[in-house]
Write a protein that binds this ligand. Structure first.
Ligand code: URA
Length: 236
């Protein structure tokens, strides 16, 4: 990361104030005075500002409204990754906590805190994820019962965990899952002889996609949103 970005991130100073301090000779990198704002620094460097050693930049926690057509991987040869929408230093290093398919839209959580991400994705914590699902055909009348019992997905032996269904219309439902198998929502409705035509994730645990965010926009999570992930009960 550039030194001026590092200083701005760790101290909250504006880039202009950071520059002034650099020019005034108040910054040391590994015991050497440093005036070059563009110098690259890493976690191995000891950075001192005005006699005070700075700690690592705080971990980042973001929500992104993922648009259709962006892939949830750090590099993909054929599609644009969702991380390119994040205009922050070292955005490519962010972890996507719970991926979505290329054509799925909605709530994506991004962080560089591996433990926090694990809390979201680990099946052990059973964090509920709510999806708005648009179907090709009217949903069968016994869907609630079947989803509550669990469904055997194609080429899998184990039933899905009970999931909650709320009907909005014949072809639109809200589905809440506590697990995240590969293409799970699409495969669950395929097992009910239906087809998902559009899928949108609205909520993970207590974190709801901010309605102020247009597709492609992101924001920092609030302290409450960050902490909420640890509030969920361990149903182990
Ligand atoms: N289930 C799916 O089938 N796709 C997603 O993107 C998320 C859940």
């Amino acid at each position: 990361m550039r030194l001026d970005k590092y200083l701005a991130q760790t101290t909250g100073l504006s880039r202009k104030d950071v520059k002034k301090r650099l020019h005034a000779g108040l910054v040391k990198v590994n015991d050497q005075e440093e005036k070059d704002s563009g110098r690259h620094v890493s976690s191995e460097d000891v950075i001192i500002l005005d006699g005070e050693r700075l700690s690592e930049p705080r971990a980042r926690y973001l929500m992104l409204h993922k648009p259709d057509g962006y892939v949830c991987s750090n590099d993909d040869p054929t599609h644009v990754t969702a991380l390119t929408l994040i205009d922050l230093p070292a955005a490519e290093k962010l972890i996507i906590a719970g991926r979505l398919d290329l054509d799925t839209t909605g709530l994506l959580l991004l962080t560089d805190d591996g433990q926090w991400s694990h809390r979201i994705t680990s099946p052990r914590h059973k964090l509920p994820k709510r999806y708005r699902v648009f179907l090709d055909e009217p949903l069968c009348p016994d869907a609630e019962t079947l989803l509550q019992q669990g469904i055997i997905l194609r080429s899998e032996a184990k039933r899905t965990k009970p999931s909650q269904l709320q009907r909005i219309s014949d072809t639109e439902v809200l589905l809440t899952l506590t697990e995240g198998r590969y293409h799970q929502v699409k495969r669950m409705f395929a097992a009910l002889d239906n087809r998902v035509v559009a899928l949108h994730r609205e909520q993970i645990g207590e974190i709801v996609l901010d309605p102020e965010l247009a597709a492609g926009e992101y924001r920092d999570l609030t302290e409450e949103e960050i902490a909420s992930v640890f509030k969920e009960k361990d149903n182990t």
